[in-house]
Write a protein of this length. Structure first.
Length: 132
């Protein structure tokens, strides 16, 4: 069941805040081994997705339904914020967060293009005039 943009914005920011708090609570465990630092970066990429969803829905609520998140201000800000939060855990978490976030961004873009792409307009065939 879909929710409105404002409700989705609040839910995304709440989930992002909860994820940030969980990462800080389990900071020692996430930085303890190599595998856990990769998992810390993976969790950071979820934070990126939640932040991007929240920012995009906030902008759509404020500026109208057709407003889209751009690469430079919105995506860049959310990526830097998620990488900063991952840096609070471990240095390796930053790198893995960046890699997982780029992959997530690719799939988010692919889903958005398939869902919100404009319908192709039918082309009318015009008979060509041939000289005989």
């Amino acid at each position: 069941m879909p929710v409105s943009n404002s409700v989705s914005c609040v839910l995304s920011f709440t989930l992002g805040l909860g994820l940030f708090a969980g990462m800080q609570m389990f900071k020692q465990q996430l930085a303890s081994t190599e595998y856990m630092t990769v998992i810390g970066g993976f969790i950071g990429s979820f934070l990126f997705v939640f932040l991007l969803t929240g920012v995009s829905n906030l902008e759509m609520s404020l500026f109208g339904r057709g407003f889209q998140a751009k690469l430079f201000p919105e995506v860049g800000f959310c990526l830097v914020a998620a990488m900063f939060v991952s840096a609070l855990i471990h240095r390796v978490c930053v790198t893995t967060c960046f890699i997982f976030s780029i992959v997530a961004l690719y799939y988010l873009n692919k889903i958005a293009q398939s869902r919100f792409a404009p319908a192709p307009t039918p082309v009318k065939a015009t008979p060509s005039k041939k000289k005989k």
